[in-house]
Design a protein around this ligand. Structure first.
Ligand code: NAD
Length: 280
C-alpha cells in the first residue's frame, strides 16, 4: 500500500483554509534566504504557493553573501516585533561564513515555525507544547491519518540530524513506540531495518534500503530526496519494496506533509496571538 502524502496534505490544507477564512486578518510567513541556491528557490516557490492556497501571505526576504551576520540578525529582530508576522524561517543551507545557530536562535520561539530554536527543541525534549519541526510532525500526522498504530511498535529511524532524526525520535517516544536511531556509524544496518515495524529513512542516498532489508508488512517512511539526472528518488527502492510493505512515495509522500505542517505552525501562532488579544 502507498501512503499518499499529497492527498493527506490536501485534506489538511482544506481544513486550514476553512479556519483561516474566518480570521479577521491573514496570517503571514517570512522566509529568509541567504546567498543563492537553485534548489532553495524551488522550495521557496512551493511554500509560497501552498501558503497562498490556504489564505496565508508569504514573503521572502533575501540577503546576498555580502550581507553581515548583524544585518540578518537585526532583520529577524525587526520581524520578531512585527505583530502581522506569524512565522519566520531561514531557508537552508546558508553559506558557511554565517553562524547558523546564532541566526536561528534569534527567531522568537513562538514564530519559529520550523521548530529549530533551542527553546522549541528543549520543549520537545521535555514533552511540552511548542513548535515542532515540520518534517517529523508531518510524519506523525501522516501515520495518524492512516490510523497506523504507533504505541508499542518497534520504530527504527535511519539518520540523526537535528532537522529530522533527532526530533522524530522524541515524537515517537511521546507516542509510546520503542525507538532505535541508526546513523552512518551503525554496523549491520539490515539487522535493525529487518526488525522495524515502522522504518523511517532520512539519509539522502538513493535506494539505500532494498527489499531484502525490510520486514514484510512493515510501514516505511521515505524522507530522502535525491536528484539524479533530473529525476527525484527516495532513499528506499520503492518499486520493489512496495510489494511487501506500506510505503510513502518520493515525491508525493513526506514532502507535501512538511510544507503543510509549516502552514499548521503558522496558524497555531496566529491563534495563540488572537487568544492573547482577547485576554488583554
Ligand atoms: P543530514 O545530511 O543532516 O543527515 C543524514 C543522516 O544520515 C546523518 O545522521 C548520517 O549519520 C546518516 N547516514 C549517512 N549515511 C548513512 C548510511 N550509509 N547508513 C546509515 N545512516 C547514514 O540530512 P537530513 O537533513 O536529515 O536529510 C536527509 C534526507 O532527507 C535528505 O535527502 C534530505 O533532502 C531529505 N529531507 C527531506 C525532507 C522532506 O520534506 N521530504 C525534509 C528534510 C530532509
Amino acid at each position: 500500500m502507498i501512503l499518499d502524502g499529497k492527498m493527506c496534505s490536501s485534506k489538511l490544507k482544506e481544513a486550514l483554509k476553512n479556519e483561516v477564512v474566518a480570521f479577521p486578518s491573514r496570517p503571514k510567513i517570512i522566509d529568509i534566504q541567504i546567498g543563492e541556491n537553485a534548489a532553495s528557490e524551488i522550495y521557496i516557490r512551493n511554500k509560497g504557493k501552498a501558503a497562498n492556497s490556504v489564505g496565508i501571505d508569504f514573503d521572502c526576504v533575501r540577503f546576498g553573501v555580502e550581507s553581515t551576520e548583524d544585518e540578518i540578525i537585526n532583520k529577524i529582530k525587526e520581524l520578531n516585533e512585527d505583530e502581522t508576522i506569524n512565522g519566520i524561517l531561514v531557508q537552508m543551507p546558508i553559506p558557511d561564513k554565517y553562524d547558523y545557530k546564532k541566526i536561528i536562535n534569534t527567531i522568537n520561539p513562538s514564530k519559529d515555525v520550523d521548530g529549530l530554536t533551542y527553546v522549541n527543541s528543549g520543549k520537545l525534549l521535555n514533552g511540552e507544547d511548542g513548535m515542532v519541526s515540520c518534517t517529523p510532525a508531518g510524519i506523525i500526522e501522516l501515520l495518524k491519518f492512516y490510523n497506523i498504530d504507533i504505541a508499542s511498535k518497534n520504530v527504527v529511524i535511519i539518520g540523526r540530524s537535528i532537522l529530522v532524526g533527532k526530533p522524530l525520535s522524541m515524537l515517537f517516544l511521546k507516542e509510546n513506540a520503542t525507538v532505535t536511531v541508526c546513523h552512518s556509524k551503525t554496523s549491520n544496518l539490515s539487522y535493525f531495518t529487518k526488525n522495524a515495524d515502522i522504518l523511517v529513512v532520512a539519509v539522502g542516498k538513493k535506494h539505500l534500503i532494498t527489499k531484502d532489508m525490510v520486514k514484510e508488512n512493515s510501514v516505511i517512511i521515505d524522507v530522502g530526496i535525491n536528484r539524479v539526472d533530473d529525476k527525484i528518488y527516495g532513499d528506499v527502492d520503492l518499486e520493489n519494496v512496495k510489494d511487501i510493505a506500506t510505503i510513502t512515495p518520493v515525491p508525493g509522500g513526506v514532502g507535501p506533509m512538511t510544507v503543510t505542517m509549516l502552514l499548521y505552525n503558522t496558524v497555531k501562532n496566529y491563534k495563540e496571538n488572537q487568544k492573547k488579544l482577547v485576554l488583554k
